[in-house]
Write a protein that binds this ligand. Structure first.
Ligand code: HEC
Length: 153
């Protein structure tokens, strides 16, 4: 009897661990008719993500303008502000809903901006700096081609 209970307990534990692992990787996402993966978020979470996106677009605009005037300090500052990621502001539960790949694309995006800020502070050659910006924009394009946001029901 005790042995049977122990087996059931272990089985339940394994199932829970597998489910947790599954959701950790998959997040809350469904496939969308347009071929992208739709991440399902609440209205607040979606607004948070979209506000971050608009902030990144504004930074990219400022970086481009500053670089065109060879203003390295301003470009670096704009890249640094885009890389700044205040984990404490992320709504509770949002992290768990984002698929693993989406989360890591987001993380490498922030690292890319940091990398750019460093290169700008060191006054790297302009073609190299524009190259880094182009790579960074490539990552924006890549993620937008694969993911969208839909409101959860
Ligand atoms: C990890 C994935 C990911 C990365 C990286 C990413 N985005 Fe987004 N972005 C999204 C998703 C998902 C949406 C919502 C699109 C949808 O629902 O169709 C979005 C939406 C946006 C929007 C629309 C905001 C609004 O208010 O509607 C802008 C602007 C934007 N992104 C800019 C950027 C820029 C600029 C970059 C790169 C510097 C970037 N994004 C990188 C996933 C990403």
């Amino acid at each position: 009897m005790t042995k049977a209970l122990a087996t059931v307990a272990i089985l339940l534990w394994v199932v829970t661990a597998l489910a947790a692992g599954f959701f950790f990787v998959k997040g809350r996402a469904i496939s969308s008719p347009d071929g992208r993966t739709a991440v399902l978020l609440s209205r607040t979470e979606r607004d948070f993500v979209l506000a971050e996106m608009r902030m990144m677009l504004a930074s990219v605009q400022e970086i481009t303008q500053a670089l065109s005037q060879a203003d390295y300090a301003r470009a670096a500052q704009a890249a640094r502000s885009a890389s700044r990621h205040d984990a404490a502001r992320i709504p509770i539960g949002l992290m768990a809903k984002m698929p693993l790949e989406f989360r890591s694309a987001g993380r490498s995006m922030h690292e890319g901006f940091d990398d750019m800020a460093n290169a700008m502070e060191q006054r790297g050659a302009l073609p190299d700096l524009y190259g880094k910006l182009a790579d960074q924009l490539g990552a924006c394009v890549g993620c937008h081609a694969s993911y969208k946001i839909e409101l959860e029901q």
